[in-house]
Design a protein around this ligand. Structure first.
Ligand code: XMP
Length: 315
């Protein structure tokens, strides 16, 4: 029968047989798929190197959390500090699609360098899921709306054989495997987070100051959802820092602060989504906490647009 234990046994066997004594390279993002893949390779006992590129666009404490969890579970992890590289490449870039291109390119540069320095590797492992396989085969016929950032487009001198152990699995099956492999719930049950990270949640140019502000606000919002038991009731929640500024009062002074948008959605497949009907008392508390603790933010709004017509992310 198809128990998760069974699936895991089969995957371990498949990976061991296919990889043998070859070396495997993989990129981990901190998401559940790539983290579980790294754990699978570690459990299989194959020679692997998991590369975590810290592009400086991560949420508060994310890198430390992933680093700690994966190392503790036997993953051979290399964390590459690449914040300066990415921020420099993003300087002056305001267009959403241009940002994605710049980040994709910077990622390939950093990752290729590691592959060359630490190589050679025979395999490149990717956490591709069944829905991705269908989508890229054109099964849904959905037009590509945004360029998704993955380990595609590597230079020609870096040729790998692809290893995609999850290609027949759905997300919940990967979450079950993650549980068996010991991935902490904070990572296992985490909402999806886009490859380009907070860069697509800061409208306009991405700066270190903007990132610091958004990171604080996002952390307050997400923790409050957890406190209220709402985090697992929504499929994804996020905060967007806009370049809009509005007037407010602080004591008897006028303050000119940024407008921050909060968004939470419910969805099955992320292709369509409904805005989450969060309790008004919750939203009230979120706005108060954020404006109290993040002085750069003067006003908080809640996004009540579904997908379509809006996408989940703002960029
Ligand atoms: P949208 O905004 O298109 O997002 O409704 C649908 C889902 O995809 C995530 N997303 C991305 N994930 N790289 C990713 O790995 C990306 O470039 C990217 N853009 C959007 C988004 O967070 C949502 O879960």
């Amino acid at each position: 029968d198809w128990t998760p234990e069974h699936v895991l046994e089969n995957l371990l066997k498949e990976v061991r047989e296919r990889v043998g004594s070859e070396r495997v390279l993989l990129a981990v993002s901190g998401g559940v798929d790539s983290s579980t893949l790294a754990l699978l390779l570690a459990r299989a006992g194959v020679d692997h190197l998991a590369v975590f590129v810290d592009h400086g666009l991560l949420r508060l404490g994310e890198r430390e959390e992933v680093e700690g969890a994966l190392r503790a579970l036997g993953v051979n992890l290399l964390v590459v500090e690449a914040k300066d590289h990415f921020l420099k490449a993003l300087k002056g870039v305001e267009d959403p699609e241009a940002k994605r291109q710049v980040i994709g390119r910077a990622f390939v540069e950093v990752f290729s360098q590691v592959a060359r320095e630490r190589g050679p590797f025979h395999f490149l492992a990717q956490g591709t899921l069944y829905p991705d396989v269908i989508e890229s085969a054109g099964g849904h016929g959905a037009a590509k709306i945004k360029s998704h950032h993955n380990v595609g487009g590597l230079p020609e001198d870096l040729a790998f054989e692809l290893l995609e152990p999850f290609r027949l699995l759905f997300k919940d099956e990967v979450r079950e495997l993650a549980l068996l492999l010991g991935l902490p719930d904070t990572i296992r049950l985490r909402h999806p987070f886009p490859g380009p990270g907070l860069a697509v949640r800061i409208l306009g140019e991405v700066t270190e100051e903007g990132l610091a502000v958004l990171r604080k606000a996002d952390d307050i919002f997400i923790n409050l959802l957890k406190e209220w038991g709402l985090y697992e009731k929504v499929a994804q929640a996020l905060a967007v820092l806009t370049p809009l500024r509005s007037v407010g009062v602080a004591g008897d002074e006028r303050r000119y602060g940024h407008v921050l948008a909060l968004r939470a959605v419910t969805t099955e497949d992320f292709m369509t989504a409904d805005w989450a009907r969060l309790p008004l008392e919750f939203l009230d508390e979120a706005a108060r906490r954020i404006t109290r603790r993040v002085p750069e933010i003067g006003r908080v709004v809640y996004d009540i647009t579904s997908k379509p017509p809006a996408t989940i992310e703002w960029e």
